[in-house]
Design a protein around this ligand. Structure first.
Ligand code: NDP
Length: 252
């Protein structure tokens, strides 16, 4: 970390999930003050347990309640964070869900849940922090999309649409804030070995791995290191970009 970066504050939404944990660790190990959001008061106990596991690893993380699908919850969580830490330097919009079904069987609820949690969330969480980043003249926003937002995926019209929408958001906001020291980028992981992927049947997982030229799933740390790199002060000229981390599964 370069001089001046030692007091940077990073928020990772869904930080206690599979990729989120690796991302939080990458920042905390480099001396960032890291905060993870948790979804609801009911999830606080789970978040605190995770926080204790991180502490056992020597990594300190803060917690803030934010349902990323709910603008009001995000605004109040953002106010709380800014009151406590005074600024936000790095925002990783990572929280996400899947509700898979082929289109003809997909319910309106499945559609809306995924759009609200994976796409509206990027607006809901970024919006209340943007003015502070503009005032600071520094900000790093990294949005976690997916290979399936780049190429589309059978059974995921909701998820593919939401993740594709993130690319438009990233490229538009990157232009709006480019002269203010704020970069906005997208990271598009392929399939990583987290609960989201490990919960599918072994048969489906084997089919997925067969489509990956590297011949395996990604380790969450392989995604985290790119997110961490994009947050560097020295990554100032990278904005509006999309980083694919998919083992060669989709090249474009
Ligand atoms: P996990 O399911 O392990 O973690 C998801 C996290 O998001 C959890 O902490 C979850 O909290 C949180 N979350 C879900 N809904 C909300 C909400 N409404 N408000 C706040 N937090 C919420 O998933 P991964 O770590 O695998 O995925 C992280 C991101 O990476 C997602 O955006 C996913 O789409 C993307 N991705 C993942 C890939 C993979 O292979 N794993 C591949 C490509 C992209 P809670 O447990 O409390 O619900």
């Amino acid at each position: 970390m370069s001089e001046g970066q030692d007091s940077r504050i990073a928020l990772v939404t869904g930080g206690y999930g599979g990729l989120g944990t690796a991302i939080c660790k990458a920042f905390a190990r480099d001396g960032y003050k890291v905060v993870s959001s948790y979804r609801s008061p009911e999830r606080k106990a789970h978040a605190v347990e995770w926080q204790q596991e991180m502490a056992a690893d020597g990594l300190e993380v803060g917690l803030v309640c934010m349902d990323v699908s709910d603008p009001e919850s995000c605004r109040s969580g953002a106010n709380e964070l800014l009151e406590e830490y005074g600024r936000l330097d790095v925002l990783v919009n990572n929280a996400g869900i899947t509700r898979d079904a082929v289109m003809k069987k997909m319910s309106v609820e499945q559609w809306h849940d995924v759009i609200h949690t994976n796409l509206d969330s990027v607006f809901n969480v970024t919006h209340p922090f943007l003015n502070r980043m503009l005032e600071q003249g520094f900000g790093r926003i990294v949005n976690i999309s997916s290979v399936n937002g780049q190429k589309g995926q059978f059974g995921q019209v909701n998820y593919s649409a939401a993740k594709a929408g993130i690319h438009g958001f990233t490229k538009a906001l990157a232009q709006e804030v480019a002269r203010k020291g704020i970069t906005v980028n997208t990271v598009s992981p392929g399939y990583a070995a987290t609960d989201m992927v490990m919960s599918v049947s072994e048969e489906v997982r084997e089919k997925i791995v067969a489509q990956i030229p590297v011949g395996r799933l990604a380790e969450p740390e392989e995604v985290a290191r790119v997110v961490r790199f994009l947050a560097d002060d020295e990554s100032a000229f990278i904005t509006g970009a999309d980083y694919s981390i998919n083992g060669g599964m989709h090249m474009h």
